[in-house]
Design a protein around this ligand. Structure first.
Ligand SMILES: Cc1cc2nc3c(=O)[nH]c(=O)nc-3n(C[C@H](O)[C@H](O)[C@H](O)COP(=O)(O)OP(=O)(O)OC[C@H]3O[C@@H](n4cnc5c(N)ncnc54)[C@H](O)[C@@H]3O)c2cc1C
Length: 397
């Protein structure tokens, strides 16, 4: 790649991920001269790895209630103006086949590559340029705009959009650069932590559950006033699956999780009825009817539930029911940014316009996507935020 001494653009976007590419195409279609800069070797790496390779690109039921933020109202405006149906219309216009898995969760029928291709085609049609493998070494204010010193030369722009994402999956090119830029321009960055991430367990429990690695069952997990009824997956490292990923965003170190292994069932009532109708029956038999066999067996062994139900007093049944409907565990931690799908916290939205994503007293500096303190639940909400915030900034920058 040849070195460039100076090059002027209307808009420079740092980060060729979901939000940055969406913003680039939107600004490009407005006739703006747009350049996207990224240090990675390929654009949209997280799009490619998302949704198990099939990108859960939006959620038709997405509402502001599906997002965490210190400023919960901030996301409303952008999400209202660019809805899941807008993105679906774009995807369908490009002929991408999609499937609805769980209610409202739209995935590519074939591959995540299709979504990336939509964005790259849109950037191409809109005239936006994308320059990969470019290290940004410094940013300074110049002539009512910004000057960027990079590994391939100096660029200048009127408007600068920061779309560098969060800290999750550093091996995919994630850095804290967006937060550094925010701090450089005097913005507050709220503490960050890994979200949508599997839990690790204390060694004793991890060992007891290890034989169950790969077993999944529907649960309702609760922590800090939030509950999710979704599948839980036992892994060789701890607990994962949608239920655990969802609740991890609400969990703080030291908190207990309450796991209902029989959501919608009262184990106490069921066992009392069973004791009356079939006194020779056992807890193990009851568990086998309600849980995957390996899980039922391990749970029974863990709790040493033995003998026919007729030998169980009411207090014994209450204890069993507690363990089934309110299994309390204290995770030792999470797998952290290494495997987290998102980063919670980030650029404080109180300093941004909810309409344009521009910094309040600096109308030509924008922050979009995951770098901002807006984090979605699992299920396509995070991409919807990337598209909506990208369009909001791209319509103004
Ligand atoms: C394994 C996994 C699966 C996921 N699955 C889904 C899913 O199915 N549905 C969903 O809604 N969400 C999913 N997510 C979350 C989703 O990927 C993110 O919310 C989304 O990609 C955020 O978009 P973004 O553009 O803000 O950041 P990113 O997509 O992370 O893009 C940021 C870009 O900035 C670049 N960058 C970073 N630092 C620098 C720097 N210093 N200089 C230059 N460039 C830099 C990066 O290389 C990257 O290209 C998943 C995440 C992971 C990790």
């Amino acid at each position: 790649m040849t070195a460039i001494s100076s090059n002027h653009y209307d808009v420079i976007i740092i980060g060729a991920g979901a939000a940055g590419l969406m913003c680039a195409a939107t600004a490009g279609y407005r006739g703006r001269k747009v350049l996207v800069l990224d240090h990675a070797n390929k654009p949209g790496k997280k799009i490619l790895m998302s949704g198990g390779g099939r990108c859960n690109f939006t959620n038709l039921n997405s509402t502001p209630a599906n997002f965490l933020s210190d400023n919960p109202h901030f996301c409303i405006s952008a999400l209202k103006r660019y809805t899941p149906h807008h993105f679906l219309e774009l995807v369908e216009r490009h002929g991408v086949e999609h499937v609805e898995k769980a209610a409202g969760q739209l995935f590519c029928a074939d591959s995540s590559k299709d979504i990336l291709q939509v964005l790259l085609t849109e950037c191409d049609w809109s005239g936006a340029e994308i320059r990969m493998e470019t290290e940004i070494r410094g940013i300074s204010e110049a002539n009512n705009g910004y000057r960027l010193t990079t590994s391939v030369g100096t660029f200048a722009c009127e408007s600068l959009v920061v779309a560098c994402g969060g800290l999750s999956i550093p091996t995919m090119g994630a850095t804290g650069f967006g937060y550094d830029i925010a701090r450089q321009f005097g913005l507050k960055v709220l503490p960050t932590r890994a979200g949508l991430v599997p839990f690790t367990l204390q060694p004793a429990l991890k060992e007891q559950l290890a034989p169950l690695s790969g077993v999944s069952c529907p649960v309702e997990v609760s922590c800090n006033g939030m509950s999710f009824r979704e599948p839980m997956l036992v892994t060789h490292r701890g607990l994962s699956g949608p239920a655990m990923l969802q609740i991890s965003s609400f969990w703080q170190p030291g908190d207990e999780l309450s796991i209902d292994l029989l959501p919608g069932e009262s184990a106490s009532e069921n066992l009392q009825t069973l004791r009356k109708d079939a006194p020779q029956s056992t807890v193990a038999k009851y568990l086998n009817q309600h849980l995957p066999k390996r899980f039922a067996q391990a749970l029974n062994d863990l709790n040493h539930w033995q003998g026919p139900l007729q030998g169980y007093k009411n207090t014994d049944i209450d204890q069993v029911a507690d363990a089934l409907n309110r299994w309390h565990i204290k995770p030792s931690g999470t797998e952290g940014y290494r495997t987290a799908e998102v980063t919670l916290g980030g650029v404080d939205t109180h300093q941004l316009s909810s309409k344009t994503m521009a910094v309040n007293d600096r109308s030509n500096l924008y922050f979009i996507g995951e770098v901002v303190d807006v984090t979605g639940h699992l299920g396509g909400h995070n991409f919807q935020w990337a598209w909506a915030s990208g369009v909001a900034a791209g319509s103004d920058a």
